[in-house]
Design a protein. Sequence first.
Length: 327
Amino acid sequence: MTILVAIYSPFEAWNIPAAHVERLRVDFPQHIIVHAREEAEVAAMIRDADVAYASELQPEHFAAASRLRWVHSPAAGVGGMLTEPVVASAVIITNSRGMSGGTIAEHVVALTLALFRKFPLAFSSQAERRWAQDAVMQLTPLRTIDGSTALVIGLGGIGAATARRFAALGAQVIGVRRRTELPLPPGVSHAVGTDALMSVLPDADIVVLAAPQTRSTRTLIGEQQFKAMKASAILINVSRGKLVDEASLADALKRRIIAGAGLDVFEHEPLAATSPLWGLPNVIITPHVAGFRADHWDAATTIFADNLRRFESGASLLNRVDKSEGY
């Protein structure tokens, strides 16, 4: 087989290191493994590819990939790959869900604590060499996760890991999920369906977005939802930027309809320098790094290698995506 590795980005951290491509060549000498380091190289290489280990799948590349049978994503989210031709085809899509659940959950807790304990104000005051005790105590009180209510939207690997951590810190955790008949993950007190989101938003001190991007979750949170939330509530988004109406979010934060937001993902990335989100004092922005860990590429490539052995033997693949559902 010919296997195309096409995991590249303008940002260095999200490019698969050449050593990991070489690892695959050593572990699978029976296959031809080609490495595209930029989009311009994909068009020629994908024509002969039976398998792609890739972070994206452009429509024109898929149209040229007459031999392609399986695509594995190094990330959990694959919404951008699922164009109509891909969904309608026999090509299998798998992802790396579960790999970064704990990592992202820790990021969620960090953003929550930073907002609850007003770290952005402390950091700016530190840079100015200014003792800001009075300023920190104004507007809203310092808060704790203990005793708070966390609403976790999406109870997959990321949502379940987040729920466990919040519950361990003393929060009541309510889940929102599409399939309410499934067993509750540890730490979740109860769960409601997505159609009941508006009924539970007013109870939440922390709203965490951990759901996949699908047709039904696009702009799941917008003006109506912000108005339903407590004025003291914060929003944490570590899923996909398109789950939030970004203009409504900026307005809600500016007008203090909600108290704050911790954002790792955005509608368009990188976030434009002109975005009003940058200048808001009640926002923490991290540059889509919540899922990254020290052994990231080791873990991602191990998942792909395990699945490749399954593919060779005709066994069922792990983390197969339901293309019609989007995850």
